[in-house]
Design a protein around this ligand. Structure first.
Ligand code: ZN
Length: 263
């Protein structure tokens, strides 16, 4: 069990014990109770915001111990221009990647999703609406959104998607449970460069990603901005990132080869 999940359960059980003691015996002084509550909320929020901790979901955040190569993943597409540019660069390097597409955009650009698959890459779910408040939604809304995204991809590719990256990387027990119900494997990352932000420069993306390049790394990049048609810095940086991978004697591996199921 991931250490963060052990911490979550230990904190939850302690909290229940403390509540029972307060009811049956004497409650702790108010400042102590408030401090305990603040620490507990901080633990919960770190689990929601930091997918790598795997507090709530058994997310894949890097390859297995014996993994070789680096897996490239792209979020927030498809985009009719930038996704195709990414596909061209990947083809030039003979590299395969995984695209976590937004269902709403996939519906608008079916041909781009078809092209991703035709050119030998994998497609995963990144929510239908890419709801920034996804981790605050109830289970029905989370399930409706993910089911809608799955249906869109099934209609385009003829295959049920199995990989899921939560919108903006936040998760919680509800999202983890719905993903399980829908038979989705949650995928995080080991290195990213916030290349979806307008303020990020391509050279910063190359520098940040380079620091995390090692066997088993899962690289998070963007082939589209969250909104609009601005070119993400990661698209501009991609040729240099692929050169860095080669210069470190690493290769690009399809993420699906690290996941114990047929994608
Ligand atoms: Zn996203």
């Amino acid at each position: 069990m991931p250490p963060a999940r052990i911490l979550f359960w230990a904190a939850t059980i302690s909290g229940i014990g403390l509540t029972a003691r307060s009811v049956l015996a004497e409650p702790p002084p108010l400042p102590v109770a408030a401090a305990i509550a603040v620490v507990y909320v901080a633990i919960l929020l770190s689990g929601v915001f930091v997918l790598r901790l795997r507090m709530f979901a058994d997310a894949v955040v890097r390859g297995p111990d014996d993994a070789t190569g680096v897996a490239l993943t792209f979020d927030d597409g498809p985009d009719p221009v930038h996704t195709r540019e990414v596909l061209d660069v990947l083809d030039k390097h003979g590299a395969k990647a995984t695209f976590f597409v937004i269902g709403r955009k996939a519906e608008q650009h079916r041909d781009v999703v078809e092209e991703i698959v035709r050119r030998g890459h994998d497609v995963g779910v990144h929510g239908f609406a890419h709801d920034r408040l996804f981790s605050m939604r109830g289970s029905k809304r989370v399930r409706d959104d993910l089911e809608r995204a799955i249906r869109v991809l099934e209609n385009i590719t003829g295959k049920t998607p199995l990989l899921f990256r939560p919108p903006i990387g936040h998760t919680n027990p509800t999202i983890a449970r719905v993903a399980d119900l829908l038979d989705l494997t949650t995928v995080g990352w080991s290195v990213r460069a916030r290349d979806g932000l307008a303020s990020t420069k391509p050279e910063d993306v190359v520098a940040r990603i380079s620091r995390g390049l090692e066997d088993g790394a899962i690289v998070l990049l963007h082939d589209a901005p969250e909104h609009g048609d601005r070119k993400p810095a990661g698209v501009t940086a991609l040729p240099a990132i692929l050169d860095k991978i080669a210069s470190k004697n690493l290769r690009v591996t399809a993420l699906s080869t690290w996941i114990d199921r047929e994608v």
